[in-house]
Design a binder for this molecule. Sequence first.
Ligand SMILES: [Zn+2]
Length: 357
Amino acid sequence: MALDKENQVQPELEILDETQLLNGTIIGVDLGGTRVRAVLSSGTGQILARAEMFTEADQGLEHVLHNIRLTIKAVMDLAEFSNLVGLAIGAPGPLNPYTGVVYSPPNLPGWSNVPLVDILEKATRLPVYLGNDANLAALGEYTFGAGKDYRYLVYITVSTGVGGGVIEDGRILMGAKGAAAELGHMSVEYDGPRCNCGNLGCLEALTAGPYLRKRAIELLESGQKSKLTDMAGGNLQNITPELISEAAYEGDETAKNLVLDTAFYLGVGVTNILHLFNPEIVVIGGGVSKIGPMLFDRMREVVTERAMPAFRQNVPIVQTSLGGDIGLYGTIALVLQNYEKAKERKQLLTELAAEEV
Ligand SMILES: [Zn+2]
């Protein structure tokens, strides 16, 4: 679905299977800095309808909450309330999935200790589950994607930032505060470039899209010759990771080296991940992963050079097959994991609502 204007009053709604709408049992919501999306899904993870609108994060907390409620309502109105089991929402961290509180994500200005689960339970009368978007992507991949045949999986997203999730025997590895597996902020070069988080040489600071773009611009500004200059129409600000990828496959040396450097650091990161978590499969998604074979071949080479054989043998390192919906599949999977508990909680919420009247 492509949104065409900001300040929408209503979300855009798309119905994928009209005949099955009454079988909708799960609502999944993906709150991003740019867009908020919601789906109605069957109990087997079939997406029946979807709604989407701009988050308009710059307009502050109340406005964003309003847009979240509108987007949920658009899909919820299509379902039979008595058939609905639960709702899960993925949001940018930091957040606490145990308490349902979102702290203060950098891309949601004005948010500070927001009890999102409480707010949405009151609004929908459904049990609500909250997860970090990257953790949920890992759960989505595990449940519906390349991880279906495995119990131990690591998912890494390399996009505007680098995030990840670890699935340990079928469950998200959470940590004491539910914030484990910040894979993007492991240092892979101890005196490397400064990361947004304050640390030096984080995997994010060496592989995420904006850093890749920044390094390309710096190289060209320092006089390096590359067809990227022409491809960007002479304006280096037009350079994107997609353009770098295109130039690299056309044989441009500068672009190729940028891709290979990115692959190298990802290889170092994946090596650490293999040693730390001993997964059966590593799945990589996000915009930068779309560079494809040139990136993955070099990354696998680095892993082969560096990782201990017992940790790397028979561990596929693959690109996600779920595309942009991976986070939404994660929210559906989160409700599925809590299915029985959710049914009980819904009963409780219904009783509480009756008492309030
Ligand atoms: Zn960092």
